[in-house]
Design a protein around this ligand. Structure first.
Ligand SMILES: *Cc1c(COP(=O)(O)O)cnc(C)c1O
Length: 407
């Protein structure tokens, strides 16, 4: 029989860690003692999959974030043990709920799936017939109220359950829109500044009419306090992504809030089949990995992390700002991906390089680098997804390319 230690060692050589290799960092310094040796196979390399330095951010298309060693260890270890899926969710949910001031919580397959399952729970309650019937809403409520400025692509998570979105702008609109078909009121956190109704009034309207309220705050940590702020404020359901700044598994998220709704929501999720959520599976590895990432995120020194982001942005800015015609500007979005962004712009008469040409040169360089497209003759970068010391690579490469294109 293979020993646990050997098995762990063998498992730790799986391609899970593939993405961390390739930029010239020794395995040991990136992953600590997860690996006693380099992995035997690097499938990314074998298959010619391009890996890159991520100076863009937590974009789904770019696989969003890299999990810290402790999260990877949790995944590797839990991957060697069987457990009952519901028991894992029960125990982890209880802990998450405590950390985030919620009555209950469950790990979902991302924030999007948290929205589907949360709304499913609202619509069906614990009625088995209704649960198996979704998205056919016969005998159920069928409308969700959303502010016009919040009505963006993400509402598809809601309409997946069969509901219709009812757009409103003002408090009076809400009063008029509420009827006996109203199932829920949904709030998109990052659009709060563009809406006419603020968080508190939204929650108050929900309570007044006895309609559950849900908030999507997928990408809205930091600040860390947001993890409990909206539970404290009285939203009945709070949905957040696990694989963005929290660096949990990319295919995990959290649904938290009212106990009765979370319990109902779980009835539409695996291990139960014949449900709308059967395809939104998270297994023990992701559930426990999500918990580890959440705990680590809450406990980290956020001030220190912020300082390191500022230092990195500053390092890149310094490397380019003395090049003729180059201008740099640091900004921080108030909500969603709340982290320093550096915009680098230049005069196309002085530096003969279009934005897409620069992007392509950075992409084709060694190592490959991804940045954010902004307007013509400028790019933006973030540094919160960089691995240690990569800001030096980013600074050097952008400097090189800008200088090479000076007329
Ligand atoms: C990323 C995002 C989602 C989807 O989250 P996943 O965790 O990828 O499922 C939903 N809403 C908003 C506002 C987002 O930014």
């Amino acid at each position: 029989m293979i020993s646990r230690r050997k098995l762990l060692k063998r498992l730790s050589t799986l391609p899970l860690i593939g993405g961390v290799m390739g930029a010239g960092f020794p395995v040991s310094s990136t992953l600590g003692n997860t690996l006693d040796e380099a992995p035997k196979r690097d499938l990314m390399k074998e298959m010619g999959i391009r890996t890159f330095v991520n100076a863009a951010g937590t974009y789904t298309a770019m696989t969003a974030s890299l999990m810290p060693k402790e999260v990877m260890d949790t995944i590797v270890l839990s991957g060697t043990q069987f457990a009952m899926l519901d028991e894992v969710q029960d125990k982890v949910g209880e802990k998450i709920a405590k950390l985030c001031h919620a009555e209950a919580a469950t790990v979902t397959a991302g924030c999007w799936s948290a929205m589907v399952l949360g709304l499913a729970g609202v619509l069906t309650g614990t009625d088995k017939k209704k649960i198996s019937q979704l998205p056919n809403l016969e005998g159920m409520k069928s409308e969700v109220i959303v502010q016009k400025s919040h009505n963006v692509g993400y509402v598809h998570a809601l309409t997946n359950t069969g509901v219709t979105i009812i757009e409103v702008e003002t408090v009076e609109d809400v009063e008029k829109a509420v009827n006996d078909k109203t199932a829920m009121m949904w709030f998109l956190n990052y659009q709060a500044p563009d809406g006419k109704i603020n968080h508190e009034d939204w929650v108050a309207l929900g309570k007044k009419h006895n309609i559950p309220t849900m908030i999507d705050m997928a990408a809205d940590v930091p600040p860390v306090e947001n993890l409990w702020k909206y539970n404290d404020m009285g939203f009945d359901l709070v949905c957040v992504s696990g694989g963005k700044a929290m660096k949990g598994p990319q295919s995990a998220g959290i649904l938290m809030g009212r106990k009765d709704i979370i319990e109902a929501a779980r009835l539409s999720a695996p291990p139960r089949g014949g449900t709308i959520g059967r395809g939104m599976k998270v297994n023990k590895e992701e559930i426990l990995g999500m918990y580890m990432a959440l705990e680590m995120y809450i406990n980290k020194d956020h001030q220190k992390e912020w300082q390191s982001w500022e230092d990195k942005v500053d390092h890149v800015a310094k490397a380019v700002k003395d090049i003729k015609s180059v201008e740099t500007e640091v900004s921080v979005p108030p909500i969603a991906n709340h982290t320093p962004y550096l915009k680098i712009s230049w005069d196309p008469e002085t530096i003969k390089l279009s934005r897409s040409e620069l992007q392509e040169k950075l992409r084709e360089g060694d190592p490959s680098i991804e940045v954010i497209s902004t307007k013509e003759n400028s790019i933006s970068i973030t540094v919160f997804m960089l691995r240690p010391k990569e800001e030096k690579i980013v600074a050097r490469r952008i400097q090189e390319e800008l200088k090479a294109a000076l007329v």
